[in-house]
Design a protein around this ligand. Structure first.
Ligand SMILES: [Zn+2]
Length: 262
C-alpha cells in the first residue's frame, strides 16, 4: 500500500491511496467523518436574550460554528472523572455579551481557553435591534460526528483513479474527444491522444460519446483512490486522517480481546 500526498494546503488535502480496496478506503472515510473527536458547542446557558430568535435557534446556530480543537488536553465527557462534562478537563466556556443595534458575530465568543476558539470570527449569530441584549455562556465539549454533524471535522471523499484507454488501432487522432472533454485534460500529440492530468477526470464519458470510431474506454481502478479532505478548520486535514486511522487501529486492537472472551 502506498500514499502519495498531492496537495496539503491550509484546510485542504488531496492524496492518492494505492494498493488498497474499496472496503479499506471507505473505512478510512467513515472513520474520519464519524470517529474523530473535535470540539463543538454542546450546551448554552442563556442569561439575557432580548433578540427576536428563540434560545433554541441561537443555541443551534452556536453549535454549528466550527471551533479549533487543541492537539491534546481535553477528555471526552464520558471518560472524565467529573461525570457531568462540566470541569476544566472536559469543557470550555465561551462567554458572549452583546448589545444592539447590530449583528452579533462569532468573534464575540470569548473562550476560557484560547486554543478553543471560533475558526472564523465573521459567522453571523443573530441581529439585535437598538437596546436589545444577548448574554450567554456556551459550553464546548469533545464529541463524535456519528452523534451529531456539529462534531464532524469536515468532508472526506474519494473516487477511483480513472483509467482512460485509447485503442491505437481504432483511434485516428481526430481530436473530437479533446473538444468534448469538459475538464480539458486531453490533447493530441504526434497523432496520439494524451491525458494531461488523469486525476482531474470525472469519468463523465463525454470522450466515449464523442468518439465515432469507439476507440475510447473509461473505467475506474478499484485498487487506487483519489482522496479529498476539506477541514472545517477545527483540525488540520492531515490530522483528521491520522486520527481516523488511529481510531480504526484502536477498534482492531479491541476486536481480538472481545473474541478471546467468547
Ligand atoms: Zn470533566
Amino acid at each position: 500500500m502506498e500514499i502519495e500526498i498531492r496537495k496539503l494546503d491550509g484546510n485542504e488535502m488531496e492524496f492518492v491511496l494505492s494498493g488498497a480496496n474499496p472496503a479499506f478506503a471507505n473505512s478510512i472515510r467513515r472513520a474520519a467523518l464519524r470517529d474523530v473527536p473535535i470540539m463543538a458547542i454542546d450546551e448554552v446557558e442563556f442569561k439575557v436574550n432580548d433578540s427576536a430568535m428563540y434560545d433554541e435557534i441561537i443555541a443551534h446556530r452556536l453549535a454549528m460554528i466550527p471551533l479549533t480543537t487543541p492537539a491534546k488536553g481535553y477528555q471526552l465527557p464520558s471518560e472524565c472523572g467529573c461525570r457531568e462534562g462540566r470541569c476544566e478537563k472536559c469543557s470550555v466556556d465561551l462567554e458572549l455579551k452583546a448589545e444592539g443595534p447590530g449583528m452579533v458575530y462569532s468573534e464575540s465568543l470569548k473562550p476560557s481557553d484560547d486554543e478553543v476558539r471560533p475558526v472564523s470570527g465573521s459567522i453571523p449569530i443573530v441581529k439585535l435591534e437598538n437596546g436589545q441584549r444577548l448574554e450567554l455562556v456556551a459550553i464546548a465539549r469533545l464529541g463524535f460526528g456519528k452523534d451529531h454533524a456539529k462534531w464532524q471535522p469536515g468532508i472526506v471523499a474519494y473516487k477511483y483513479m480513472p483509467v482512460l484507454e485509447f485503442d491505437p488501432k481504432l483511434c485516428n487522432a481526430c481530436g473530437d474527444c479533446v473538444k468534448a472533454c469538459p475538464k480539458g485534460i486531453l490533447e493530441v500529440v504526434e497523432k496520439r491522444v494524451r491525458v494531461k492530468d488523469l486525476t482531474q477526470c470525472t469519468m463523465c464519458k463525454a470522450c466515449v460519446e464523442s468518439c465515432s470510431s469507439e476507440a475510447v474506454r473509461v473505467s475506474g481502478d478499484p485498487s487506487k483512490f483519489i482522496f479529498r479532505v476539506e477541514s472545517t478548520g477545527t483540525l488540520p486535514p492531515d490530522q483528521i486522517i491520522l486520527r481516523a486511522i488511529e481510531s480504526l487501529r484502536e477498534k482492531f486492537e479491541e476486536f481480538p480481546k472481545l473474541v478471546k472472551k467468547l
